[in-house]
Design a protein around this ligand. Sequence first.
Ligand code: SAM
Ligand code: SF4
Length: 327
Amino acid sequence: MLIDNHNRKINYLRLAVTDRCNLRCNYCMPENGIDFSKSDTLFTIEELSRLSGILVSEGIDKIRITGGEPFVRKDLMVLLRNLSKMKGLKDISVTTNATLIGPYIDELKTLGIKNINVSMDAINRETFEKITRRDQYDIVHDNILRMITEGFNVRINFIALSGQNTQDILPMLELAKHYNVCVRYLEEMPFNGGSRHFEGNAWDYKRILSHIKEAYPNYVELPSEATSTSMNYKIPGFKGSFGVIPSFSRTFCGSCNRLRITATGDVITCLYAQPCMNIREILRGELSEQRVKEQILKAIGSRAKTGFEAQEQQKGKYTNSMTTIGG
Ligand code: SAM
Ligand code: SF4
């Protein structure tokens, strides 16, 4: 079992499979992208499967596949097939921009992978295209509706971006009125690879909630798991629900159960910290199973207690992009 130095059980791995992406969301990376990793520095699918197996044997029971955009990796389904056979792994989920997922929806369903988070930061086409800097609105919209109607547990991640999309907060919520979907509003974080100056959070979770409350004063809070990063709500008469994630306010660090590993093997024990080590060559070397376990235990044995502590340790400098970290 993986227990950190603050006695928190770590059972949730966020595994990035690539840092590449076919969109260029302006809160995530610059228009010309970042300095993407060379392919020989990325884990192969076989290595990602092996690494996952080692960590599942240590008590990881939930893996979220993320990126970059996971589906730019043509061999992603091989990893998902391998994960779906892993005993002890109770929950496999994927975070995607939903542009490339279409051909894989049937197989995902067959594999029992039904928890899909989709980033969609505007219901208005023009706003969506301005934010993503790409013309992919229809495909994203269609794939979201297809997954909802096929019974997937779809959660839409909407980052409240001051001056860009906050006029879409309520229109986006209309989706939850008509469909069984959860629309989750996130605070913006500073990890944009230099795409834009981060000025702090004009739209924090309290402001998002009070904006929604003005339109829907009768919403009620839903119970959430102790380790959940979102607070979730239901509006009477709505088929779906909504949530807020205080990703910048960081109210949830006390129950953090997460470990992040990037596509090149960087181990990140707090979103607001720098990677504490790289596991790739250890996985490629001798006695890899034993050494990976030792190194992961060492990494989680010196975690910052909160995101604020981690931020303090690195003096608040953020040059990295979420396409590398995985969200
Ligand atoms: N490409 C996929 C997607 O967009 O869903 C997966 C990777 S993306 C980096 C993972 C998550 O990070 C998405 O929900 C995205 O909205 C979020 N994200 C990216 N940059 C962010 C930022 N600066 N602040 C807050 N969330 C961010
Ligand atoms: Fe790509 Fe996701 Fe970053 Fe948007 S948020 S640029 S879809 S990795």
